[in-house]
Ligand binder design. Sequence first.
Ligand code: V07
Length: 256
Amino acid sequence: MIKRLWANRSKAKVSLPHTDGVPPENVPEHVAIIMDGNGRWAKRRGLPRMAGHHSGMKAVKRITIEANRLGVKYLTLYAFSTENWKRPKAEVDFLMKLPQQFLEIELEELIANNVQVKMMGHREDLPPHTLNAVEEAIAKTAGNTGLVLNFALNYGSRKEMLEAVQSIAADVRDGKLDPKDIDDEAIGKKLLSKELPDPDLLIRTSGELRLSNFMLWQLAYSELWFTDVYWPEFTEKHFNEAIEEYGRRARRYGGV
Ligand code: V07
């Protein structure tokens, strides 16, 4: 019964107070989020950074459920960047346990709600215990048809593009590709995001106004939305504000 209610989320006639302003036709297909401010949130409360990361996981759960309810088709979350390896070893070790921890608690409910788990990132440098947990979740949810929950894990856009260029150069060398046929589509097919459409909306929390090596190619035409709210404090209300603003911008352009 719960599953049916969720599956029909976008057709629901009832709407909660904080979602009154989001007509289904203005919901973006793909939302990407830079989940920033976990460490700062913890510091402000006199807690260790790890407490911020743990609290950030709860926000991941909330926003996944809300995105699914609103009828968002793809949600990409920047969980760990290629630059994050430079952090203290204890913090990196802690972060690398979070995918497993998150999935132990949440995978069952994600499956019940028809969510498909995916991962976008450089798999080769991840510890086996992290990668195995993620791959298991991907396999278990591969047949689901609801929201695609795409974790950017050990992801870096420059590295992604560099590897795409190397692969294209190798195809040319091997006579598989004529340089004249290298176009946007040919490049897109070499990126880690090849199975996803480009994001319609990028959200970044915690007040920083940068892309920080996140989906530089894919965000070329996306709407950008920034908030000062720290990721652990980011709620359904803020998510709906971003989507309402996206809808207003889409209507403005549609009217021209
Ligand atoms: C991480 C919590 C959210 C805020 C950002 C930093 C800390 C969920 C995952 C995750 C990743 C893959 C997966 C399932 C869950 C995660 C890391 C950090 C490294 F398949 N949250 N979260 N991974 N944080």
